[in-house]
Design a protein around this ligand. Sequence first.
Ligand code: AMP
Ligand code: ZN
Length: 116
Amino acid sequence: MEDCLFCKIIKGEIPSTKVYEDDKVFAFKDINPKAPIHILVVPKKHIDSLAQLTDDDKEYVWAIHEAMNKIAREQGFIEKGYRVVINCGKDSGQEVMHLHYHILAGKKFGGNDTGF
Ligand code: AMP
Ligand code: ZN
């Protein structure tokens, strides 16, 4: 999508620190990390949010989950654990309207401590 920040990052029009890429998924470091490790994982297809998912998006959702496992293994936090957060819509505080999964790792989180 033309005016979407994350579409521009996927295309390389805006720089990012890439962590992982395959044909369906792109992952990069969050510019304003809320944990020692904070990675954003996005589908290469523009999807506004969880609320706009359709049947056509199934392979992207699965690809994101597979990619998160690979990232957690490669980055070495799969054993210690990590938190995954998805904001959806206004009340959640979603700022960028391109579906993204936040992976937060590198510290021990409290029960209600999402950092958001
Ligand atoms: P959300 O509030 O769930 O929409 O999350 C948007 C996230 O995108 C925030 O954690 C921001 O820090 C992050 N962000 C915004 N601009 C950039 C950028 N240019 N590169 C990397 N992360 C960004
Ligand atoms: Zn987009």
